[in-house]
Design a protein around this ligand. Structure first.
Ligand code: ATP
Ligand code: MG
Ligand code: MG
Ligand code: MG
Length: 474
């Protein structure tokens, strides 16, 4: 019988609980211990201070299924959604952690045991990478576990921008750091892509499933690498990627959870072709939006709130492209509750709140979407060099509420690029105008333009300066 995503989550946590790990519930997407981080983007984030020895816990081994968002900041997979088989804005990271307890041998043993004995994956489909100079990990894989040497790949950290891999992890410029080892799954020769370390590694044939970090050193400001007295382990495996493998499909979007969301999205948009890329985007986006709302984020014009707003608007645009007229996105919350409500009771508890908030935001954007799209369409017809000029991108942003990544999304689908530098220059000018305007006192300007603002986009959720700037701008 195939395992559902829920089965896999439970099997993982149970397995590590049996190996003496404390099961720790998922923390919020808003990191409680790090103001510099936009969102929780890995399972280790809530344990940062534990690794640093600043947050003592009654256990030295932990396991979790941590909700993560990678849609802004250092880790941003927003542009990958709809284009790769393996990236989401929201996903769950399954992890096991050793806080100065076990190290490389046990970590590698556990990972291999879990994949090949618990999940019964065929060993010959798995490849591993190690950090180029980490002979210890290399020998553990080849000799202790017995993975053939041609499937253990050494990866360095200075291969240039064309390569995504780099097998050395660090928490920051200073502090804990160390080599990684990663497990990849070969989805078969009919899929484009090469093994890690090859020029085709960004393809989706060999998909990274598990990343294991050995926190081995403490890096000092002068670059000195001091071995940690008690090295630690941090691992992360994407639930959706392992679910795809266990369900015998290639793309995460073909798994149980996503198929249910895609069908629901087709239902509310009127789309008939279930393989349509826009349905995947919408299915992805409802998860990040709903969970961000649960964790207290509200659409706004800056910071986390603007990331949420951008994701919602992108989803709305994709729905529009599929033929949806009127609000549809909020209707998917029910399908999400059905899929994930058991693992996340707060989803069910806050269903009505999430629906209401999404609906307001959707309806608001719906007012300007059509006009913005037809302006964009005209521009696409006229542009001759396949680059959308910055002032147009700015006007779409300023007048029609099109986040620049949304415009870019449309442009990319049609084989156009966006003049980002030109857009930035326009933004800069506007900031200056806003500053000058505010020197004359805000009353007149606000009176003059607040009507336009409510007519167009009505940023009614905003409080404080963002609103004022927005009003002056218009
Ligand atoms: P990739 O190279 O495929 O982008 P990554 O190296 O950026 O993945 P890590 O930061 O090592 O990913 O995260 C640990 C694990 O979390 C990955 O091995 C993968 O299984 C999963 N993962 C990472 N990013 C995503 C994402 N955007 N969507 C779904 N799963 C992800
Ligand atoms: Mg990545
Ligand atoms: Mg990677
Ligand atoms: Mg990785």
């Amino acid at each position: 019988m195939t395992m559902t995503s829920s089965d896999i989550r439970r099997t993982f946590l149970d397995y590590f609980a049996r190996q003496g790990h404390q099961i720790v519930p998922s923390a919020s997407l808003i990191p409680g211990n790090d103001a510099t981080l936009l969102f929780t983007n890995a399972g280790m984030v809530p344990f940062k201070d534990v690794f640093l020895g600043q947050d003592p816990r009654p256990y030295s081994r932990a396991t979790s299924a941590q909700r993560c968002v990678r849609a802004g900041g250092k880790h941003n997979d927003l542009e990958n959604v709809g284009y790769t088989a393996r990236h989401h804005t929201f996903f769950e990271m399954l992890g096991n952690f050793s806080f100065g307890d076990y190290f490389k041998k046990e970590a590698i043993d556990y990972a291999w045991q879990f994949l090949t004995a618990e999940l019964k994956l065929p060993a010959e489909k798995l490849l591993v990478t190690v950090y180029e100079s980490d002979n210890e990990a290399y020998e553990l894989w080849t000799q202790h576990i017995g993975v053939p040497a041609e499937r253990v790949i050494r990866i360095g950290d200075n291969k240039g921008a064309a390569y995504a891999s780099d097998n050395f992890w660090s928490m920051g410029d200073t502090g804990p750091c160390g080599p990684c080892t990663e497990v990849f799954y070969d989805h078969g020769a009919e899929i484009w892509g090469g093994p890690p370390g090859s020029p085709e590694e960004d393809g989706d044939r060999f998909i990274e499933i598990w990343n294991i970090v050995f926190m081995q050193f403490n890096r000092h400001a002068d670059g000195r690498m001091e071995p940690l007295p008690k090295p630690s382990v941090d691992t992360g495996m994407g639930l959706e990627r392992i679910a795809a493998i266990m369900q015998g499909v290639h793309s995460n979007y073909e798994t149980d959870t996503f198929q249910a969301l895609i069908k629901a999205a087709a239902g509310v948009t009127g789309a008939t072709d279930l393989s349509n890329k826009s349905l995947r985007v919408i299915a992805d986006h409802i998860r990040s939006c709903a969970f961000l709302v649960i964790d207290g984020v509200q659409p706004s014009n800056e910071g986390r709130g603007y990331v949420l707003r951008r994701i919602i608007r992108r989803a709305v645009r994709h729905g529009n492209q599929l033929g949806a007229r009127g609000a549809f996105f909020y209707k998917l919350v029910a399908a999400l509750v059905e899929q994930m409500g058991e693992a996340y009771p707060e989803l069910q508890a806050r269903q009505a709140v999430i629906e209401k908030l999404l609906r307001i935001e959707e309806e608001q954007f719906g007012k300007t979407l059509q006009r913005g799209l037809s302006m964009l369409e005209d521009a696409l017809q006229q542009v001759t060099d396949k680059v959308l000029p910055g002032d147009l991108v700015f006007r779409l942003y300023d007048t029609y509420g099109f986040p620049v990544d949304l415009t870019n999304d449309v442009a990319r689908e049609r084989g156009y690029q966006v003049d980002l530098d030109g857009f930035e220059a326009e933004m800069q000018q506007q900031r200056q105008r806003a500053q000058q305007a505010s020197q004359f006192g805000t009353d007149y300007n606000q009176q003059l333009s607040s009507k336009q603002v409510t007519d167009f986009t009505g940023y009614q959720h905003d409080t404080g300066n963002a609103t004022v700037v927005e009003i002056i701008r218009n």
